[in-house]
Design a protein around this ligand. Structure first.
Ligand code: UDP
Length: 235
């Protein structure tokens, strides 16, 4: 395997499958199977999960809700998704721990870096819920932050698009995919990979990002074994 320790970022929307809202248990079970193929090969896996399938603070704010209040709801949504993912992983016989950035001790461990790293060394998948624990941030920022903290080799952003294109491939049939691209080129060309805060944090810490289609079975294993799938952003 090319990577020994990875941080997988899954958006909340990815968990919806074909639904409009919430969680599709079949999609979760598929993800769990894909994750099992790499943990079986000894890859250490940490996951940051989003909350957009349930609630986003910005959406609340655009309807007149206090932004911070909405962000607290969004962070709780990521904990709900984390619990669902934990349960799907356990059904696939993968040992897991859920750590939350906001205290919710009866439900999840608090985020403790050393403990998270110990879990990984013991072969447990660690799911990080609650984002960064702060309003005005996203789970992409949480993903980069946690990846750096646990010294992950790479951040894998599992999406429904198979990489980074020069235009939106869902809208423009002529859009061309990049196999590799530098952080500087992403910024120069104004491409959207992650929000700027998350992206810059990754760049400053020399943490490569691979964007790939997580909905294609077997892709996760390919990415982790170093096959050219998706787009790699590097220095
Ligand atoms: N959120 C937050 N701080 C964080 C991470 C997330 O306040 O560090 C809130 C924010 O309201 C966000 C919501 O949680 O809209 C869900 O996260 P995100 O939008 O990143 O989820 P995704 O798009 O990955 O599903």
């Amino acid at each position: 395997m090319k990577y020994k320790r990875i941080l997988l970022k899954l958006s909340g929307e990815a968990l919806m499958g074909n639904r409009q809202y919430g969680i599709d248990p079949e999609r979760l079970a598929e993800y769990a199977q894909d994750i099992k193929t790499i943990t079986d090969k000894g890859v250490e896996v940490a996951i940051v999960i989003g909350g957009g399938n349930i609630f986003r603070g910005l959406a609340g704010a655009s309807n007149g809700m206090d932004r911070v209040q909405g962000d607290h709801m969004g962070m709780l949504a990521t904990v709900i998704n984390g619990l669902a993912l934990q349960s799907a992983l356990e059904d696939a016989d993968i040992p897991t721990r859920l750590q939350s950035a906001i205290k919710i001790n009866e439900v999840a461990e608090p985020f403790i870096r050393r403990r998270a790293m110990r879990h990984l060394e013991k072969g447990r998948v660690v799911i990080f819920g609650g984002g960064t624990g702060n309003p005005y941030f996203t789970t992409d920022s949480a993903a980069v932050l946690r990846a750096i903290e646990i010294e992950a080799d790479v951040i894998l952003k599992g999406t429904r698009v198979d990489g980074i294109y020069n235009a939106d491939p869902e809208k423009d049939s002529k859009a061309v995919k990049f196999n590799n691209i530098t952080f500087d080129d992403v910024l120069r060309k104004g491409l959207k990979v992650m929000d700027t805060t998350a992206f810059t944090l990754s760049q400053e810490n020399k943490l490569p990002i691979i964007v790939f289609d997580m909905n294609k079975k077997g892709n996760l294993l390919k990415v982790v074994s170093g096959e050219k799938v998706g787009t790699e952003v590097n220095l």
